[in-house]
Design a protein around this ligand. Structure first.
Ligand code: AMP
Ligand code: MG
Length: 400
């Protein structure tokens, strides 16, 4: 059995970033991963301009303490004439500073009468001038490859005048659920059946992290059926995720099906709870990750073991999101035999963050999932007491 950290590292190495990239317009970049670093082609701001509505002056002209005639009015978007000695330019936020002027007096510190402006307040040399290139210099790398683009990055691209950017194509993921006891939501079920919650759960986990779900298939507990479904998924996808049927029961047919397809199993069982039965195989070079059947185990394994691999395949630079620390609240001391990821709700208190455990931690308890804000990682073989500090994996970070 592999330790969690080893398993995470091994899964992370199961595939590299997708090779293909595409050039997309700004409006389609949100959520996509930048495939090549972006260099600024423009200085930003491109020219000195005013930070305020007011008057541009040559600071030396203020020494006389006299009102200055107004030479010109320059609106944002206008090209100014050079500043004449002893005169002021009326201007506005974003107006270009006339060549020769060096200081802006804000309108609130002036009085304008009969085409002259009197300075009544603060007038430091160079004040309220937004200098050319103070934001960005042409030639500088402004966005690194591997970042996930959001509104902030799109604003920056646009400010450089770029209408498109090169991103990795979306990763295609196939989902397979297994089990004769499962019936699709919306269908009638018999006494012995339960609804298939893993299929829509995994599909939305995959979408939530910014990958495409190509197919969601279900196989009966039958090797040929399982094999056929896996073949379809392998044909159309970069990564295949299966759930259930991967333990040591008589009807656990995912491993034999993978082997029949020529798959080589490179990982099998991880010393963690929930989620011990986890398998990684490669079929024709494509990774297939088999997750446990219990919904909570499946969710947790996707979050801490599979999501880093998806991020890697997406071309992201950061594959392991941040892990924080917080105080664990425990009604009684506990000791784990295997490393355990428990469902917790994180709360801010006056003294810092605290984690409360869900009332039951069995891996079939779906109601614990919407309640939780994250998973706390409890080390094996040591007694944990109320107030101990543990590692915390927040859903907001680990599922995006
Ligand atoms: P298995 O590994 O196939 O034995 O499944 C372990 C447990 O998870 C069993 O109780 C299954 O009924 C349950 N299970 C497996 N797949 C799903 C699914 N897609 N949705 C909900 N429960 C499932
Ligand atoms: Mg099963």
């Amino acid at each position: 059995m592999l330790e969690f950290e080893q398993a995470q590292a091994q899964l992370l190495e199961a595939a590299g970033p997708v090779a293909e990239t595409e050039l997309l317009p700004l409006a389609r970049l949100a959520g996509r991963v930048l495939a090549e670093s972006v260099c600024a082609t423009l200085d930003l701001p491109p020219a000195d301009n005013s930070e305020m509505d007011g008057y541009a002056v040559r600071h030396a002209d203020l020494a006389a303490g006299k009102p200055l005639p107004i030479q010109q009015r320059v609106y944002a978007g206008d090209a100014p004439q050079p500043a004449l000695p002893g005169q002021a330019t009326r201007l506005f936020t974003g107006s270009l500073i006339p060549p020769g002027a060096d200081t802006v007096i804000m309108q609130e510190n002036t009085r304008e009468t009969d085409g002259q402006v009197e300075i009544t307040g603060e007038a430091r040399l160079g004040q309220h001038v937004r200098k050319r290139a103070e934001d960005t210099q042409a030639g500088q790398i402004v966005l690194e490859a591997g970042i996930v683009l959001g509104a902030a990055h799109i604003a920056l691209l646009a400010s450089q005048g770029l209408a498109q950017a090169r991103v990795f194509r979306r990763v295609r993921v196939g989902v397979l659920t297994t089990g004769d006891e499962l019936v699709a939501p919306g269908q009638t079920r018999t006494e012995a059946q339960i609804y298939n919650s893993n299929a829509p759960m995994l599909a939305s986990l995959v979408e939530g992290i910014g990958a495409d779900v190509v197919h969601v298939l279900h196989a009966r507990d039958d090797e040929a059926d399982t094999r056929e479904a896996l073949q379809t998924l392998l044909r159309d996808c970069d990564l295949v995720l299966s759930t259930g049927g991967v333990s040591v029961g008589e009807r656990d047919l995912v491993k034999p099906a993978l082997e029949a397809l020529g798959g080589t199993l490179t990982l099998w069982k991880v010393r963690m709870k929930p989620g011990k039965p986890v398998a990684l195989a490669h079929v024709d070079g494509k990774p297939v990750v088999s997750l446990p059947g219990n919904p909570v185990s499946s969710f947790a394994v996707f979050m801490v073991l599979v999501s880093p691999l998806v991020r890697r395949m997406q071309g992201r630079a950061v594959t392991l999101p941040q892990v924080s620390r917080a105080v664990l609240r425990l009604p009684a001391p506990r000791t784990e035999s295997r490393e355990e990821f428990v469902r917790v709700q994180r709360r801010e208190t006056d003294t810092g963050a605290e984690l409360e455990l869900y009332r039951t931690q069995a891996s079939n308890i779906v109601s614990s999932l919407p309640w939780s804000t994250g998973l706390a990682r409890l080390p094996a073989g040591q007694t944990l007491n109320d107030g101990d500090v543990v590692r915390y994996y927040d859903l907001a970070h680990w599922l995006s």
